[in-house]
Write a protein that binds this ligand. Structure first.
Ligand code: HEC
Length: 405
């Protein structure tokens, strides 16, 4: 299903084009949020209705998502990334959603109560048919994605009669239900009532995909190489939802991919949309392909026994074997093989400054995640990388190589 990279124009993507800037998306989310959240999308603006007339046009005319406020706004824009954990709810409290699908995973709590659990993550899912926030809290995903408000708006006008076609309707409704059960729904599904919908809305009026550009249809189809770097859970711990091939986790990723590609065709999307979509992924993940350079003597790396970087106080500090992969997005890519030491500052802890740490130091409010036990040890003469970030998903302050003394 995936197109090979060579089939698509690689350098046509205008990274600095007006649309690309807000779409430095997840990687730069929190960073950009702190300064740009107001600028990105008129906080007072509602969605603009498309054509008037007819049930659908009417629905768009009254569709006006509002900007997040209060605690939700604070989580989005000022809270540090909250590391995914699990939340559970007794099975008996989920009866309103009907019988559980076969793919749901039911557990028994320590007290002997049957319960259903979700990973509170942008890539976590509730069982098919159950909205994510019926079990998990959006508080965590709010800290794990782009924070700014862009009211979803109609960018295409489909023939409303499409929804009368039962075959189309089935796929349309199925994709809505799939996406509502994901952590993405916290920001992309107005029906779940999280207090934030931004960028696009799976619950937009009429044909819901009318609020997606052709490039976004492609992104969501999963055919753009590189989106696996958003990370994922295994289907065995995610109610059967898998990201194999699709951008959103699904109980049937191939079906989801087919839907979005069919929508792309119906829209008459072309190569320029591939270029745009590629550009988005490149903006997010291109840096993961860059080779690390030598640490600048005296200011970066291990300097007189202290870890130093140029940049602000950090929330994650890593020392890795030089040939290992760069730390990526939680939950699965943030501790690559070959990581010698990883220190994570807790969401309520104070970030650590350059020069404050020797290897293995664990200040109050932080925890050592690699190694799980014992002290990290460097091999004299071996090459290592220092990797330091202001928070998960943001571009690093340091990603440089040094030789252990
Ligand atoms: C914390 C809120 C939040 C979460 C969680 C979130 N998103 Fe988004 N997403 C946004 C915002 C905000 C935008 C940017 C809208 C804009 O600038 O137009 C966006 C944009 C996108 C885009 C368009 C990107 C582009 O470059 O055009 C896609 C595709 C997307 N999100 C998919 C997802 C998926 C899949 C998930 C779950 C794995 C997810 N989002 C989770 C807030 C979120």
């Amino acid at each position: 299903m995936r197109r090979s990279a060579v089939q698509r124009p690689q350098h046509a993507a205008p990274l600095a084009a007006p649309l690309a800037a807000p779409l430095a998306a997840l990687a730069a989310a929190a960073l950009i949020a702190s300064c740009d959240s107001g600028a990105q999308g008129g906080a007072q603006g509602g969605a603009q209705g498309g054509a008037q007339g007819g049930a659908q046009g009417g629905a768009w005319a009254s569709y006006a998502p509002t900007a997040p406020t209060g605690d939700v706004l604070a989580l989005l824009t000022t809270a540090p990334f909250r590391y995914p954990d699990r939340a559970c709810r007794p099975l008996s409290e989920l009866s309103a959603f009907g019988p559980l699908p076969a793919s749901a995973q039911v557990e028994v709590s320590a007290e002997g109560v049957e319960q259903v659990c979700v990973w509170q993550s942008h890539v976590g899912n509730a069982p098919e048919g159950i909205p994510y926030n019926a079990i998990g809290s959006c508080d965590l995903p709010f800290t794990q994605g782009p924070s700014w408000f862009v009211p979803p708006a109609r960018v295409h006008e489909s023939d409303a009669a499409l929804l009368d076609d039962p075959a189309y309707r089935a796929e349309h409704d199925w994709t809505q239900a799939q996406i509502r059960s994901s952590g993405c729904a916290c920001c992309h599904a107005s029906s779940i009532g999280s207090g934030n919908v931004s960028g696009w809305d799976v619950d937009a009026p009429g044909v819901w995909t009318d609020n997606l550009s052709a490039a976004r249809l492609l992104l969501l189809s999963g055919v753009i190489e590189g989106d696996e770097l958003f990370s994922e859970y295994a289907p065995e711990e995610n109610h059967g939802f898998s990201r194999a091939g699709a951008m959103m986790a699904s109980t049937d990723p191939a079906r989801l991919t087919r839907f979005f590609l069919a929508e792309f065709e119906r829209r008459g999307g072309g190569m320029e949309d591939y270029a745009l979509a590629d550009g988005r992924i490149e903006a997010l993940f291109g840096r993961f392909e860059l080779a690390s350079e030598e640490c600048r003597a005296g200011v970066e790396g291990l300097v007189d026994g202290r870890l130093r970087w140029e940049g602000e106080a950090a929330r994650q500090v890593y020392v890795q074997e030089a040939e290992s992969a760069l730390p990526g997005f939680p939950p699965r890519l943030d501790r690559p093989a070959g990581t010698t030491w990883a220190l994570y500052v807790d969401a309520d802890g104070a970030p650590v400054s350059s020069g404050a740490l020797a290897l293995g130091d664990v200040p109050a409010g932080a925890r050592q995640v690699v190694p799980e036990e014992g002290a990290p040890r460097l091999e004299s003469g071996r090459r290592y990388r220092l990797f330091v970030t202001g928070d998960f998903m943001r571009p690093p302050y340091a990603s440089c190589l040094f030789t252990a003394p």
